[in-house]
Design a protein around this ligand. Structure first.
Ligand code: FAD
Length: 449
């Protein structure tokens, strides 16, 4: 008789949990994974994937306008059906959800469509009341939107609900200035909403390079997004005409049809029973783990957003892979968090890898900065007054690239390839030695001054 029901019990079938469960099962472990909502997790169901599809949909607003300059006979007003896009996105999400379920079952992992809580170092309790045991428990429960508890906060939505709206709001107020706030501000603005973005400080995208984020701010304002800075949320009230009136510090009240909170995401550790098992969480509610993703209970590990290391899908996936290989295949390896590329799918998008200019100056002292501030060829013909900006930060001592930051069309697609060079420790000289691919936007990478 086996000592435990399972070798591995994973709680949460998101990016990290699915990867860890599938790989552990392929290494021969008996695996079960519990999911309280939908297999695929945030990224597939209500994050990266549906968001990116909305970004594509939104971008047609600009493409259709620009098409005229390229000779196409496009009517001045093109109709857009939110319901069509939304439902097609749902279909795609359903398809990926099925693929994820199949992947797990094909590898022999059992899916349990229930909430699960930890009750001991080797014990998990399911919503149905059943208790199961496992040699190892993996916490992969992700994160959830944080909503400030101001009066009337229940009248607002978060990104979770944004995908399910009946219609595009005529006027939307978005609270927050991180990547989710800026992405949805761009999406709704392109769909014709009047967008107001409010933030406590006057800095958007705090962790991005200052010149790049300033460029986005300038372009977003040019496109009609209204930014209200140094605005602290006071509350939301429903008006007699069914609209929402938002009060904030430092500014007049704003009347809108929808309020969306994009005010950060908090680790999903509430009511998870971690205290019963002796697992430590920090003051933000994140599970505390070591470099092997192990908690301070030997049989319990945690990966992904719930550990609040880097809230990105590819990181959750790598943490899941490293955990499964280490524990179930005697192939110990850790995740390398150096030079992780990231993007903001705004209009235009931003992408970056490595240190920002200010971080590099603070860390290295001597740095050299090269830039290319250019108007993409397509924007010139389209009469679109939007400039791209690429920025390369190099170590002043040896010329090694320590940061690369971009804003402009297709920046994330271009940066992914360039990030390989940064990760490989190449220098500016290596870029200079590479012949430009002309005409392209990416050639600016090898022409920076
Ligand atoms: P998740 O994918 O969140 O999975 C956790 C799962 O656990 C969920 O399915 C949840 O239902 C389940 N669960 C929670 N508690 C329990 C329980 N007690 N019992 C059973 N199941 C439970 N990242 C990128 O890299 N690029 C992007 O462009 C990007 N865009 C994003 C856009 C939005 C709007 C959002 C919200 C996030 C975005 N992210 C993006 C972040 C990305 O989605 C997360 O980093 C990633 O999904 C984390 O994976 P995870 O496995 O840690 O958690």
């Amino acid at each position: 008789m086996a000592k435990y029901d399972y070798d591995l019990f994973t709680i949460g079938a998101g990016s990290g949990g699915v990867r860890a469960s599938r790989v552990a099962a392929s290494h021969g472990a008996k695996v079960a994974v519990a999911e309280e909502y939908r297999v695929g997790g945030t990224c597939v169901i209500r994050g990266c994937v549906p968001k990116k599809l909305l970004v594509y949909g939104a971008h047609f607003a600009e493409d259709l306008k620009d098409a005229k300059r390229f000779g196409w006979d496009v009517p001045d007003r093109c109709d857009f059906s939110w319901a069509t896009l939304r439902d097609n996105v749902f279909e795609e999400v359903d398809r990926i959800n099925s693929v994820y379920r199949e992947t797990l079952t094909n590898h022999g992992a059992e899916i349990i469509d229930e909430r699960a809580e930890v009750v001991g170092p080797h014990e998990v309790k399911l919503a149905s009341g059943k208790t199961v045991t496992a040699k190892y428990i993996l916490i992969a429960t992700g994160a959830t939107p944080h909503v400030p508890q101001c009066p009337g906060h229940e009248l607002g939505i978060t990104s979770n609900e944004a995908f399910h709206l009946d219609d595009v709001p005529k006027r939307i107020l978005i609270a927050g200035a991180g990547y989710i706030a800026n992405e949805f501000a761009g999406i709704f603005n392109e769909f014709g909403s009047t967008v107001t973005l409010i933030n406590r400080t006057d800095v958007i995208l705090r962790n991005y390079d200052h010149q790049i984020r300033d460029r986005l701010l300038q372009i977003s304002m040019m496109k009609g997004i209204d930014f209200k800075f140094h605005a602290e949320f006071r509350g939301i009230e429903k008006t007699k005409n069914g609209c929402l009136s938002v009060s904030m510090t430092g500014h007049e009240d704003v009347e809108v049809d929808c309020v969306m909170f994009a005010t950060g995401r908090v680790p999903n550790t509430g009511r998870l029973g971690l205290d019963k098992a002796g697992v430590t969480v920090d003051d933000k509610g994140a599970v505390v783990v070591d470099d092997w993703s192990k908690t301070d209970v030997d049989s319990i590990y945690a990966i992904g957003d719930v550990t609040n290391r880097m809230q990105l899908t590819p990181i959750a996936i790598r943490e899941g892979q490293a955990f499964a290989d280490t524990v179930f295949n005697d192939d110990p390896h850790q995740v390398d968090y150096e030079n992780v590329p990231a993007a903001v799918f705004s209009h235009p998008p931003i992408a970056g890898v490595g240190m920002t200019e200010s971080k590099a100056k603070e860390t290295l002292g001597s740095v050299k900065v090269y830039t290319s501030d250019f108007r993409p060829m397509k924007n010139v013909l389209a009469n679109r007054n939007e400039r791209g900006l690429y920025k390369m930060i190099c170590d002043g001592e040896n010329g090694k690239i320590v940061g690369l930051h971009m804003i402009g069309p297709e920046a994330p697609e271009i940066l992914q390839a360039a990030a390989v060079a940064v990760k490989a420790g190449l220098t500016k000289q290596a870029f200079d030695d590479t012949v430009a691919l002309h005409p392209s936007m990416a050639e600016e990478l090898v022409l920076m001054k």
